[in-house]
Write a protein that binds this ligand. Structure first.
Ligand code: PLP
Length: 362
């Protein structure tokens, strides 16, 4: 747990988390015995093949998935779903509070009709019907820390023949993945793992690949090709094997800490955060330890820089969710504090004391 304390009060975990030594070791391990996966027959390559497939099984178990496809991050996984989905009616539903990783790929698809709703179950009930092809939404929000009732949204989708793509970037690290989905997108670096590696968990390999190339095909002629029938058809080119090893180590580490314990710790940190922010302007309600706020009359970036000077790391701005943050009423952005299970009561007290001092300046 040593590497899970930083020399600053680290409260920017929704951006990326700290890395335990086991994860760092797993990454280094690959570079000591490197080889390509799924290609050469020599011993080193066979070892990498085995470890990549073991990692796939571990990550799949962690999120209860039938299939895992390696991606660069949650963003790439979301782009793969949105661009590779076999649309019939070209109708998608999403919410106003999504990350740009959802909104931008949807907005770029000018051929799609995208209905944008408020993130409430009532709003979902009002729009999901059999004319919709795909619903894309967060399980936990990266601004307010709000949880959505994915079990109910999934049921609604299933009843209407709609596929549900869950943006799990902020959910998989914080809560047990005990909800159903058709597609689940997440990043290792937000759950104690390395950057540059993420995953798409899915129940059926029914998407068109985003990128084609080496490792994706069974047979190629000069005028045609046949894609492999399994996960490899989505993993073109040499992959981030060190990241994959680190991803599996991160899942193992979080399992050892216990996802229930993590969720419980975050609930109590969230209560402390809410108390520390109670005198200021807050936006929305949430359950995990991620919250946004402003000090009256204080520009958010100034507040974040002053906190930085006091050794406290937070983020400011729109958090890649500009329409959502503006919809919540923060036209000029906000400050975001995001704790994880290794933060403690003292960290939130230090934040609260610092904010009291800064607020006096405005
Ligand atoms: N979705 C949500 C809710 C996020 O918070 C983030 C990152 O902050 C992403 C998607 C994109 O994650 P990544 O940048 O790791 O692809």
């Amino acid at each position: 747990m040593e590497s899970l304390r930083s020399d600053v009060v680290y409260l920017d975990n929704a951006c990326t988390t700290l890395k335990p030594q086991d994860v760092i070791d797993a990454v280094v391990e690959y570079y000591k015995r490197p080889a390509c996966h799924g290609r050469s027959a020599h011993a080193l390559a066979r070892e990498v093949n085995e470890r990549v497939e073991e990692a796939r099984e571990r990550v799949a178990r962690f999120v209860n998935a039938k299939h895992i496809i390696w991606t660069k991050n949650a963003t790439e996984a979301l782009n793969l779903v949105i661009n590779g989905f076999p649309f019939r009616n070209k109708k998608v539903v999403t919410t106003i509070l999504e990350h740009h990783a959802v909104l931008l790929p949807l907005l770029r698809r000018k051929d799609l009709e995208v209905k944008i709703i408020e993130p409430t179950l009532e709003a979902w009930e009002g729009v999901i019907d059999s004319s919709v092809d795909l619903a894309v939404t967060f399980a936990v929000n990266n601004t307010t820390g709000q949880k959505q009732n994915i079990k109910e949204i999934y049921k609604l989708c299933e009843d209407n023949g709609v596929k549900l793509c869950v943006d799990g970037a902020q959910a998989v690290p914080h809560l047990k993945t005990d909800y159903p989905y058709h597609y689940l997108c997440f990043s290792a670096h937000k759950m104690c793992g390395p950057t540059g590696i993420g995953a798409l968990a899915l129940s059926e390999l029914d998407l068109e690949p985003l990128v084609l190339g080496g490792g994706t095909v069974k047979e190629v002629a000069i005028d045609r090709y046949t894609l492999l029938p399994h996960e490899a058809k989505y993993e073109a080119g040499i992959q981030h094997y060190a990241g994959i090893f680190g991803f599996a180590a991160a899942c193992k580490f979080l399992e050892q800490v216990g996802m229930e314990q993590i969720a419980e710790k975050e609930r109590s940190l969230r209560m402390l955060i809410d108390r520390a922010l109670s005198e200021y302007i807050t936006y929305g309600k949430g359950e995990v330890a991620t919250a946004i706020f402003n000090l009256p009359n204080a520009p958010c970036h100034e507040v974040a820089l002053m906190l930085d000077k006091k050794g406290i790391a937070v983020r400011s701005g729109y958090f890649c969710a500009q329409p959502g943050v503006m919809w919540l009423g923060a036209k000029e952005g906000t400050v975001r504090v995001s704790a994880y299970f290794y933060n403690n009561e003292e960290d939130i007290k230090v934040l609260g004391d610092a904010l009291e001092e800064i607020a006096l300046l405005y």
